[in-house]
Design a protein around this ligand. Structure first.
Ligand code: HEC
Length: 128
């Protein structure tokens, strides 16, 4: 009886360890799916970082070539359709027609398509 209990508790300890390992690893995955997951829309901060590198010098922080600013969710979401078109056509970034084939561009495109599909209510968007 006693030895039976001993085996059981070892077994349940192993089980607990296995469960917590699974929890830990799924947390790890959740943290890295920003740019990896194909289906879900990436969060705005991820998109903003990419736009800063690819478009920032002409469309952020006081620069607004062509009347386009890409600083806030409101600015990006409001013009999502025209921004998407400019990237997919290869017009933007300026003089960089193959940027739309990069993984970063795909992340931005996924975000813009989700915004357009959701038909975001402009009045509910607030700038950070
Ligand atoms: C080197 C500067 C530069 C960079 C980098 C740049 N743009 Fe532009 N962008 C311009 C200029 C200049 C215009 C206005 C002239 C034009 O439409 O060709 C413009 C216009 C636009 C327009 C309006 C197009 C239209 O038809 O009215 C959009 C949308 C746009 N840019 C998006 C982007 C996005 C998204 C990126 C980054 C992926 C980007 N741009 C990177 C210079 C730039």
């Amino acid at each position: 009886m006693i030895s039976n209990l001993g085996t059981l508790s070892i077994f349940s300890r192993v089980l607990l360890m296995a469960i917590s390992l699974v929890c830990l690893s799924s947390q790890g995955l959740a943290n890295t799916d920003d740019e990896a997951t194909e289906t879900s829309a990436p969060p705005f901060p991820t998109v903003h970082r990419i736009l800063k590198t690819a478009c920032g010098r002409c469309h952020q922080d006081g620069h607004h070539r062509g009347g386009i600013q890409l600083n806030t969710p409101l600015q990006v979401n409001r013009d999502a359709a025209i921004i998407l078109q400019s990237i997919e056509s290869g017009d933007m970034p300026y003089m960089d027609p193959t940027w739309n084939q990069t993984a970063q561009a795909q992340t931005v495109i996924r975000y813009l398509k989700a915004v357009i599909a959701q038909g975001v209510d402009q009045t509910e968007l607030s700038d950070p």
